[in-house]
Write a protein that binds this ligand. Structure first.
Ligand code: PTJ
Length: 262
């Protein structure tokens, strides 16, 4: 790993970038994953590289959906594994949503490398650990169509972070509720998902763990019910969420223009 000076003004961003580079060297991330990360970084600048209240409100809906689902799945690709395996394992444990490896680029050895990473992060039960030629998502031509017959194929709610765009529509056609995490509110996935968290996955997953833990404790102490969560979900509009996300970007840019003028 490259040495990143603590006092570098962009040390945190460089550390995150290094995780993706290390992921590439360990055969988890593909070259296109570096480009995807760069696009994410650019959009992160436009929200001031911090989590806003709209993103937190959307995370609460996502957690509510995972907790009220019958068969929730957290889909893992190369970038997700490199950036936040430990937090994904933790979220899986708190919400009882299973982890499934599902990749766009079917390069040899990647599934094994990601499985090892998830195992080192504490995962014991991982789906999608081999290609399932017999279990497919209809209307999807990419490698992502091969899914675990006990995972995404049966799921009612699927979290598909850092998605390339073709799968959300196909999953929705199969009647699944799709949650995504995407810093670009204009991407096809962001526009088509049922719930789009417009924030950096690095910040999102730890926050979702915190929210899920709080909800679970409140449920245990009868201060919150699954019906309350279902009520919250029914009031959510992803169109409004995306409009607010674009507004946040616009306000942030305007504030920068004002700063330059003063
Ligand atoms: O590992 P594989 O083979 O499944 O491939 C994974 C990638 C990411 C390469 C593949 O899904 C892909 O090409 O994705 P795209 O089309 O580049 O889309 C990724 C989306 O995630 C883009 O809209 C980015 O803005 C967004 N993104 C990138 N990094 C982050 C992010 N969103 C949130 N947090 C990030 N750190």
């Amino acid at each position: 790993m490259e040495h990143i000076p603590q006092d570098h003004p962009r040390a945190e961003s460089l550390r995150i970038r290094q995780k993706i580079i290390d992921g590439l060297h360990h055969n988890m991330v593909v070259e296109a994953g570096l480009i995807a990360h760069g696009r994410g970084e650019a959009f992160d600048y436009l929200i001031g590289e911090k989590t806003n209240q709209n993103a937190i409100d959307t995370m609460k809906i996502a957690v509510a959906m995972l907790l009220t689902a019958n068969h929730p799945i957290l889909s893992i690709n190369g970038n997700v594994a490199a950036l936040c395996s430990e937090d994904m394992v933790k979220l899986s444990e708190i919400t009882r949503a299973q982890l499934e490896i599902n990749l766009f680029y079917g390069k040899p050895g990647r599934i094994e490398a990601i499985t090892n990473e998830l195992r080192s992060a504490g995962a014991t039960d991982i789906l999608g650990t081999r290609p399932f030629e017999e279990s497919i998502i209809n209307d999807l031509s990419s490698n992502r169509r091969y899914v675990d017959p006990n995972g995404i194929k049966l799921a009612d709610v699927v979290l598909v972070p850092l998605e390339d765009g073709d799968r959300t529509e196909a999953l929705k056609k199969e009647g699944k509720v799709v949650i995504t995490i995407d810093l670009n509110p204009l991407s096809r996935t962001a526009q088509q998902a049922d719930v789009t968290i417009v924030d950096n996955i690095i910040r999102v997953i730890p926050k979702m763990c915190e929210i899920a833990q709080t909800y679970k404790e409140q449920i245990e102490h009868h201060r919150l019910s699954l019906q309350d969560l279902e009520m919250q979900i029914s009031k959510f509009s992803n169109t409004m969420n995306l409009e607010r996300s674009l507004q946040i970007i616009s306000t942030y840019l305007e504030s920068k223009v004002m700063c330059d003028k003063n």
